[in-house]
Structures are given as structure tokens and as C-alpha cells.
Design a protein. Structure first.
Length: 148
């Protein structure tokens, strides 16, 4: 009976240690995959801009370029755009009034500190500065300042 109690205790200690380590490793993997996808999307939209003379209009108002945009995403092997990001939330793009273009993660389901870790992989680790910034419930990765 004592042997069984010791074995159960050891298993409990092992699980108490292993579960947080496993969760942390899984989150680091998801964060790295999200950073890779942001960079692939940026490359695809740069390709779009070079091929067509500019970045596509805002995603919420892009009917006229829908086929071109989807075609470029497809050519660049981006078949995940309509899925949730690894951080939760959705992928979008945004072009502002100055023609600056960004890849956007809307409404992620992770903490701001986790988004700072994503920022560290993409940029400077500070969500207030650099190319990757927080704007309300959106996180924007600046691809272009408006010049193609």
C-alpha cells in the first residue's frame, strides 16, 4: 500500500510539472507559427502590390479586387486566411487614408503579454512602437507606409 501511495505521489508531482511545461511549449509553437504566417501574408501582399501597382482596398470593401486578392493568396499557398489565427481572432488587412497597408489580427483570445511575445518575434517586443502595434482590439503589422 505504501508503494502505491509513493507511486501515485510521484505521478502527481510529474504531472504538476509536465502540464505547465507542455502548455508553455504549445503556446510558444503557436506564437512562432502565427509570426511565420504574418510574414508570409506580408510577402504575399507585397507581391500583390508589385504585380498590380498597389495594395488591395480594405478587406471590408474589396469586392472589386476580391478575385485578384484571393488569387494572390492562393498562388502564395495561403489557404488559412479565412481560419482563426493561432492567437485566436481573425485575419484581416487594412489600408488607411494615407495608403499605409497592414496585416491585422482582430480580437485575439490570448493575453496582451502573449501578443508582446508575438511582437518580439516580428518586431521590437513593444506593442506601442515599431511595425507591430496594438490598436484597440486589433494588432496591426505595418507592411507598407503607402509607397509601393
Amino acid at each position: 500500500m505504501l508503494d502505491l501511495a509513493i507511486a501515485v505521489g510521484l505521478v502527481a508531482v510529474f504531472l504538476a510539472t509536465a502540464i505547465p511545461l507542455t502548455r508553455g511549449a504549445m503556446m510558444r509553437n503557436r506564437t512562432a507559427e502565427c509570426a511565420r504566417k504574418v510574414q508570409r501574408a506580408a510577402d504575399a501582399f507585397d507581391f500583390y502590390a508589385r504585380a498590380l501597382g498597389g495594395y488591395p482596398p480594405n478587406q471590408t470593401n474589396f469586392k472589386r479586387s476580391f478575385d485578384k486578392t484571393r488569387g494572390v493568396l492562393s498562388v502564395c499557398d495561403i489557404d488559412w486566411w479565412d481560419e482563426a489565427t493561432e492567437m485566436g481572432g481573425s485575419w484581416e488587412w487594412y489600408r488607411d487614408e494615407n495608403e499605409a497597408f497592414s496585416i491585422v489580427i482582430c480580437n485575439p483570445r490570448v493575453s496582451e503579454s502573449q501578443m508582446e511575445k508575438l511582437d518580439a518575434l516580428l518586431d521590437d517586443g513593444d506593442l506601442r512602437t515599431g511595425l507591430f502595434r496594438r490598436s484597440g482590439s486589433m494588432y496591426c503589422y505595418r507592411v507598407s507606409d503607402g509607397n509601393v
